[in-house]
Design a protein around this ligand. Sequence first.
Ligand code: HEC
Length: 138
Amino acid sequence: MKVLKELKFLFISLLFVGGSFILLSMTNDVQEDWPVPAEYKNMKNPLAGQADPGNIGKNLYKKHCESCHGKEGYGDGSKADELDTEMRDLTSDEVQAQTDGELYYKGIIGRDEMPNFEKKIPSKDDRWRIINYIRTLK
Ligand code: HEC
């Protein structure tokens, strides 16, 4: 009988621990888990540190990104309220501490509510100009 009691206790404990894990993963900040493949993470920005005298990056940001991310990158664009996914402030340390390659992957390849821009912004240089522009927002 004692063994049975112990088994019952073990079973209930396991259920409790399992349930807590499921709940935790549901409430987890979705943005914490956005793995970037190594080939993107370490991708070199060919235009790093280069000026953009025609403001191409800025204008493309305005055209394609501002509606969600907002003029200053704070995540307060006109469409932001319609989104289910919380956006990070692009000027924050969390975002700015990432490599150019990570920002490129998230900002161009995207996922779910963060659209893919490979077709809309075909020029690789233009994509990097947008990343460079995001660097000026901090
Ligand atoms: C339709 C709304 C929308 C548009 C337009 C949009 N984004 Fe996003 N963006 C999001 C959302 C939502 C997230 C958060 C996605 C997630 O965590 O799953 C995000 C996340 C990001 C991130 C990752 C930040 C982090 O959490 O580390 C970057 C970088 C980014 N966007 C760049 C861009 C760029 C560059 C453009 C324009 C070319 C753009 N976004 C256009 C909605 C948008």
